[in-house]
Write a protein that binds this ligand. Structure first.
Ligand SMILES: Nc1ncnc2c1ncn2[C@@H]1O[C@H](COP(=O)(O)OP(=O)(O)OP(=O)(O)O)[C@@H](O)[C@H]1O
Ligand SMILES: [Mg+2]
Length: 308
């Protein structure tokens, strides 16, 4: 929880005014932005593929979606979407553009906030630049129904910061034992810092329904037993050759092959997610994360504890 003086200090740094956050902006009437983070611990489990196609499924249901490529080391959502954005987060970090200004409309219809490569300096931004960044995040509130954050692999402070800031955390695992172990470690990390986090489990690359159910049940049971928390199962996605084929063609499988098993599974998972009515914290969750990085210490301590 931010102390009042911390919040006040931050407001000064960012130049945000209380009344601006509650202004009668037409975007606000559209409702609050729900922030989803795709994570998984292990690399290559399908975070980017599923985040992009999830976004497209939501788009198909009339939702306004912005995809935030938060893989600051090796951004690649733009590659999956065959987009060549002129600007990326690097320009925001350097104070040349605002977040809203770098939103790139992809031909697939998704709005993309392109990541940048080698942007680890983001977490150590000097306060003045942080202010610009913060203002930009605030502008995203109400601009879309869903902000989907595609995170990098691992449990680094940056990754977990984004994850902890989200309303819904979608943890992806494959049936591989190492992937399951990493998903469990990620869930444990999250619950230690936010016992009330809304965590969903998505099993990717299953060869049949039973395998998906078995992996999900195993993880749910272990989390319940050792972490005393019941996580929800969002579903399972088949190992589907169309996913890789589409990736190579830089055309999302959801659009190229709308009836392939993976696309249908994404639709089902989105349906489950939309059935969840609990209101989220919105983009304010991310703003609090950035505040924490500068003014609060728990994430730094947590990162040291994990040897990051
Ligand atoms: N359901 C699936 N069926 C077949 N292949 C898949 C499936 N999901 C993902 N893949 C393949 O797995 C590889 C990794 O996918 P992706 O890049 O989405 O993973 P990631 O978790 O974002 O990786 P990173 O940790 O590097 O960011 C890609 O080649 C992709 O085509
Ligand atoms: Mg990725």
């Amino acid at each position: 929880m931010l102390r009042t003086d911390q919040a006040e200090n931050l407001r000064r740094l960012s130049g945000l005014k209380r009344d601006r956050m509650h202004a009668a902006d037409p975007r606000e009437r559209a409702g609050r932005t729900r922030v989803l983070a795709f994570t998984g611990g292990k690399g290559g489990v399908g975070k980017t593929s599923l985040a992009v196609n999830f976004g497209l499924s939501l788009l198909g249901r009339g939702k306004k979606v912005v995809l935030f490529d938060a893989d600051l080391g090796l951004a690649n959502a733009d590659v999956v979407l065959d987009a060549s954005p002129r600007y990326n987060l690097g320009h925001v970090v350097r104070g040349q553009k605002s977040l809203v200004e770098i939103i790139h409309k992809t031909t697939a219809g998704l709005d993309l906030i392109p990541g940048g490569s080698g942007l680890d300096e983001l977490v150590d931004l000097p306060p003045a630049r942080l202010g610009v960044f913060l203002s930009g995040l605030n502008d995203l509130e109400g601009l879309c129904d869903f902000l989907i954050i595609d995170t990098a692999a691992g449990l680094s402070r940056t990754v977990m910061g984004f994850v902890l800031a989200a309303d819904d955390i979608i943890t992806i695992t494959t049936p591989e034992p190492t992937s399951i172990t990493d998903a469990y470690a990620t869930i444990k990390y999250i619950l230690r810092r936010n016992s009330g986090a809304r965590i969903w489990l998505l099993v990717n690359r299953v060869s049949n329904l039973q395998e998906g159910k078995n992996v999900a049940n195993r993880l749910v049971t272990v989390v319940e037993r050792f972490l005393k928390t019941r996580i929800s199962v969002l579903g399972w996605v088949y190992d589907d050759s169309k996913v890789n084929l589409s990736l190579r063609r830089q055309a999302p499988f959801y659009l190229e092959h709308p009836n392939c098993p993976a696309a249908r599974a994404v639709d089902e998972a989105v349906f489950r997610l939309l059935g969840e009515k609990t209101p989220g914290r919105g983009v304010g969750g991310i703003i609090n994360w950035v505040k924490n990085l500068v003014l609060d210490q728990p994430l730094r301590r947590a990162a040291r504890y994990h040897g990051q």
